[in-house]
Design a protein around this ligand. Structure first.
Ligand SMILES: *Cc1c(COP(=O)(O)O)cnc(C)c1O
Length: 401
């Protein structure tokens, strides 16, 4: 992959840190698992055989390259030049499959026969169950008991694909409890099991591994921009941030290009000051979550605060350490968008472009109302996923308006 970017001041250092953030704050019993991964991931994903199979699956199974589409009516409305990077057209409907395809190949190369994952909304669970079916590996997905009920269609998809879904009954019965169960499983099954994490979060080397696998997004934007605009960069890239994997993938090859403004959009929920929010950079403080030091929403005495967003994929109390670093260093612009703003933007976008965006993605689209770009500027919005999964939420929202 891009070796040069590996030496960027925004990529991970040899101790697993991005500036002040990252690392691997793991229980001792997890050390052998994480160490095995750390010792092998760069060699494996950089190898010719891995790259050949990864690229081949991205092309013929996922459907890459995803188009870079000039959105004419959206551009006219906002009086600037807007391109959409169409991750919504990938198999399973979002960017998450780029990562799970890569990690399943890595797991096979490490000799693993069993895959575990945690999932909140179920999107990462579906992407994991998909590649496990593809490779004939056992798949166990941990999911908070409350989420199992809330996200029933995705639970059915996972079961259909042959995965075992285990409800996490502890704590608040949501994503963080599912993560705890997955970590417990991994400690108990260190030899045959690989843990597929779904975003640029978790202990080093996961944030770097996932960012590298998702970097195919900006690798394609480079040549697609060249084809369409005669230069290989836009003036700005906008992406929504839950943990931050679609944003990290879309930013990756532009981290060291100061001409490109990198804009990350978090979910404000009902508003950043309401207590019902997931806008980590607005109210978060440094702390440790999922074995990584990063910004996170917490109480005075360091307990994790339950986040809130209408979008399940952005409903996370932290952000990946790379984003904490982009925020702190000023390289990234971080903004928060409310439920209301995102839903309106998603609705408008359907009618302007004939594309139903995921509610996560609608947060990125809403930024166009907050910021005026120049008529000759080129803006790329990463369309992280499609909105089929969100239809019921959209319809309920507009019925009560
Ligand atoms: C999961 C998800 C996200 C949020 O995850 P990131 O790791 O921040 O990219 C965003 N959009 C869609 C469509 C998702 O499924």
């Amino acid at each position: 992959m891009n070796e040069a970017a590996g030496h960027s001041k925004f990529s991970v250092n040899e101790r697993g840190f991005y500036g002040n953030y990252g690392g691997a704050y793991i229980p001792e019993m997890l050390y052998p698992n994480v160490k095995e991964l750390e010792d092998n991931y760069l060699r494996i994903i950089g190898s010719e055989s891995f790259q050949k199979e990864f690229r081949s699956l991205l092309k013929d199974y996922v459907g890459r390259p995803s188009p870079l589409y000039y959105a004419k009516r959206l551009s006219e409305k906002y009086e600037t030049k807007i391109y959409l990077k169409r991750e919504d057209l990938n198999h399973t409907g979002a960017h998450k499959i780029n990562n799970t395809v890569g990690q399943i190949l890595l797991a096979k190369e490490l000799g693993k026969t069993r895959i575990i994952a945690e999932t909140g909304a179920g999107q990462h669970g579906v992407a994991t169950a998909t590649v496990c079916a593809l490779m004939g590996l056992e798949c166990v997905v941990y999911m908070g008991a409350i989420d199992v009920v809330r996200q029933e269609p995705n639970v059915k998809r996972m079961l259909m694909l042959g995965a075992t879904v285990i409800p996490a009954e502890s704590g608040s019965k949501t994503l963080k409890d599912a993560t705890n169960e997955a970590i417990r499983d991994w400690i108990n099954n260190p030899v045959d099991t690989h843990y597929i994490i779904g975003s640029v979060v978790g202990p080093h080397p996961y944030p770097d591994l996932v960012a590298r696998l998702q970097s195919v997004i900006s690798e394609e934007i480079l040549w697609q921009m060249m084809e369409k605009e005669g230069r290989d960069y836009p003036d700005a890239i906008i992406a929504c941030v839950g943990g931050g994997s679609n944003a990290a993938g879309a930013f990756y090859h532009y981290l060291d290009n100061p001409k490109v403004e990198l804009i990350a959009i978090e979910a404000a929920g009902l508003g950043v000051d309401t207590g019902e929010t997931a806008a980590t950079t607005k109210i978060g403080k440094p702390g440790v979550i999922h074995s990584s030091k990063t910004l996170l929403m917490q109480t005075e005495d360091g307990q994790i605060v339950e986040p809130y967003s209408i979008s399940a994929g952005l409903d996370y109390p932290g952000i990946g350490p790379i984003h904490a670093h982009l925020f702190e260093s000023g390289r990234g612009v971080f903004e928060a968008v409310t439920d209301e703003e995102a839903m309106q933007a998603g609705f408008e976008f359907c009618r302007l472009e004939g594309i139903i965006p995921a509610i996560e993605t609608a947060h990125a689209l809403a930024y166009l109302k907050k910021r005026k770009f120049g008529a000759d500027q080129v803006v790329v919005i990463n369309l992280s996923g499609r909105g089929d999964k969100d239809l019921a939420t959209y319809i309920k929202w507009f019925e009560k308006q």
